[in-house]
Design a protein around this ligand. Structure first.
Ligand code: GLV
Ligand code: MG
Length: 323
């Protein structure tokens, strides 16, 4: 281990993060009764400019009045380049009450963006005597944000998670796609011809670099990496494939832009009983090995060593949080 200890953000379940437009209060009760770990009430892109003021009021009322159970509650404010953002922060933090856990900052481009929101939130929290510190979720969804992701991730002790906003990221990088998330058949390679001259098309994941980079920046700063939206809510298999490949790289959860996607994210991001059992067996085997003065042993015909303990502990800890 490095001499530098990476402090971990407040631990929270974040398997599924449901987005709910602040301009649609009729959806709030259903969201509160659902199974998403985190809900973000949106003031940004799901809300038309003329509806921003009403959406703010709806959100403030809902944070105070609705029973959100044990969900983590977040509000996505507008970007720092708009004139809505300061009023979002002032009104929501002043009037949202202690039920507000997180603020989601979209289109973060530099560490100074985080600093600016931190300064505002800190002043308001102090002025109103809030008991609980509000945390930050940051959407990485521009080329600038992806370039500066490491400084952004380290910019505030309020930071809890990084989110990959694939739709805006595609727009910002001028990537060739018009759908929200998912693969593009043009991002593929051809195998060399086989003996009969046949060639196969192997699709690639055009978002691999972005997600892998986000995972590194998040984990190096003790934050949760979360995969963003998948727009085709009639394609369950497509959603699960996207969720799985992000989970494999280290993401802890994925957005749902429709309630249909909540159970899919929960399924992918809840370790299976078999995985938890295997992790526990690894811990038991390594315990025995260490008592016998060994650093590595074989389990089920495979090598396990001290690094396996850390992997297994992370999985068991996640299962305990869910349980
Ligand atoms: C989310 O905000 C996205 O742009 O994908
Ligand atoms: Mg976006």
């Amino acid at each position: 281990m490095s001499f530098k200890i990476v402090e971990q953000a407040t631990p929270r379940l974040n398997r599924c993060e449901l987005s709910v437009p602040g301009s649609s209060p009729k959806l709030f009760e259903k969201a509160a009764a659902g199974d998403a770990d985190v809900i973000f009430l949106d003031l940004e892109d799901a809300v038309a400019p003329d509806d921003k003021a009403d959406a703010r009021k709806n959100i403030i009322q809902a944070l105070n009045d609705i029973d959100w159970g044990n969900k983590t509650m977040s509000v996505r404010i507008n970007g720092l380049d708009t004139h809505y953002m300061y009023r979002d922060v002032v009104d929501v933090v002043e009037q949202g009450g202690e039920r507000l856990d997180l603020i989601m900052i979209p289109k973060v481009g530099t560490a100074a963006d985080v600093y600016a929101v931190d300064m505002m939130v800190t002043q308001i929290e102090t002025a109103i005597g809030r008991k609980k510190r509000i945390g930050f979720e940051m959407i990485i969804e521009t080329a600038l944000g992806m370039q500066n992701i490491h400084e952004i991730a380290a910019a505030s002790p309020r930071n809890e998670s990084l989110h990959f906003g694939v739709a805006d990221y595609a727009a910002s990088t001028k990537a060739r796609t018009t759908q929200i998330g998912g693969p593009n058949p043009a991002y593929a390679v051809l195998t060399d011809p086989d003996d009969a001259g046949g060639r196969e098309v192997h699709w690639g994941d055009m978002w691999h670099y972005a997600i892998a980079r986000m995972v590194v920046a998040a984990r190096a700063n003790g934050l949760r990496p979360i995969d963003g939206p998948f727009g085709d809510f009639s394609d369950d298999d497509g959603y699960k494939a996207q969720a799985n490949r992000a989970a494999v790289l280290g993401c802890e959860g994925k957005w749902a832009i429709h309630p249909k996607q909540i159970p899919l994210a929960n399924e992918v991001y809840t370790p299976s009983a078999a995985e938890v059992d295997k992790a526990k067996r690894i811990l038991a085997a390594m315990d025995e090995a260490q008592k016998a003065g060994k650093g590595a042993v074989a389990l089920d015909g495979r090598l396990i060593d001290i690094a396996s303990i850390r992997q297994a502990e992370a999985l068991v800890k996640q299962a305990e949080l869910i349980g």
